[in-house]
Design a protein around this ligand. Structure first.
Ligand code: A3P
Length: 295
């Protein structure tokens, strides 16, 4: 029984001090030798910030807003996960090496771990950030359903680990700040999940401008509709339902869970919120990054 537990929620392994999913860490050499191409588009996020949402938007833009083309494959194959690796399936780097240009690539790496090749090639990067409290809640559910993560423990325990940066991909605080700083000298469009919830059309227009793409008003409206939470939740090519159950178990919690800003209020106790806020001020006071915890 103990052995089964171990393979279900394997311990994280550190790479340059950052905890990664065991299988990702074991595949790290492939990430280090990865070669970017000039026309790669990188989608960078801390987990649960809206990666899949932006991936679907960018894939639609790159495919002339044709929903049928965007149903050619599951989102994790259309926008491969750079450092992703699981036993028995091709790794992110393997899929990417075989993929035609232009590639859209997903990563959760903190900025200092991203292979230099992306900066050497001056690739465009879309970074999506989401407020810490909603991330913590979403990540807690994700840890449970995506059983390749370490044991989350109780909510109380998980929240503590989150605040300490002792979770897969490390500290949220360092992640959002690191990418924010990098924006000053690289081609990075820094987006916020809450802004996308507030006005998806406006944020999609910003993405279009950044990618130097011009589309009709009708096509723009179509992207807004096709990438709404309800549409993506019911789209088998966007909702991760095709992932084997020993990697993601949607009966524990669906990947497309709630899709709102402010769900943390249903999970944080008053005491947890106070403690979180106090710690947050210490970590974030001087960075100039402002998040909205609700709309
Ligand atoms: P919740 O768990 O809060 O519902 P990622 O893709 O980075 O793993 O992020 C997943 C989170 O984004 C989940 O948050 C998921 O429901 C939400 N999400 C996915 N698609 C969305 C969409 N089209 N609109 C709003 N939220 C979306």
């Amino acid at each position: 029984l103990e052995k089964m537990e171990a393979t279900l929620h394997p311990e994280a392994k550190r790479i340059h001090g950052i905890p990664l999913i065991k299988y990702f860490a074991e595949n790290w050499e492939q990430v280090e030798v990865f070669q970017a191409r000039e026309d790669d588009i990188l989608i960078a996020t801390y987990p649960k910030a809206g990666t899949t949402w932006v991936s679907e938007i960018v894939d639609l833009i790159m495919n002339n807003c044709d929903p049928e083309k965007c149903k050619r494959d599951a989102i994790y194959n259309r926008v491969p996960f750079l450092e992703g690796a699981m036993p028995g399936v091709p790794s992110g780097t393997e899929i990417l090496t075989a993929a035609p240009s232009p590639r859209v690539i997903k990563t959760h790496l903190p900025v200092q771990l991203l292979p230099k090749t992306f900066w050497d090639k001056d690739c465009k990067v879309i970074y999506v950030a989401r407020n810490a409290k909603d991330i913590a809640v979403s990540y807690f559910y994700f840890y449970q359903m995506a059983v390749v993560h370490p044991h989350p423990g109780t909510w109380e325990e998980f929240l503590e680990k989150f605040m300490d940066g002792e979770v897969v991909f490390g500290s949220w605080y360092d992640h959002v700040k690191g990418w924010w700083e990098k924006q000053k000298n690289c081609r990075i469009l820094y987006l916020f999940y809450e802004d996308m919830k507030e006005d998806p059309k406006r944020e999609i227009q910003r993405i279009l401008q950044f990618l130097e793409k011009d589309i009709s008003e009708e096509a723009l409206e179509k992207i807004v509709h096709l990438t709404s939470f309800q549409e993506m939740k019911s789209n088998p090519m966007a909702n991760y339902s095709s992932v084997p159950k020993d990697i993601m178990d949607h009966t524990i919690s669906p990947f497309m869970r709630k899709g709102i800003a402010g769900d943390w209020k249903n999970h944080f106790t008053l005491a947890q919120n106070e403690q979180f806020e106090e710690d947050y001020q210490k970590k974030m006071a001087e960075c100039g990054l402002k998040f909205r915890n609700e709309l």
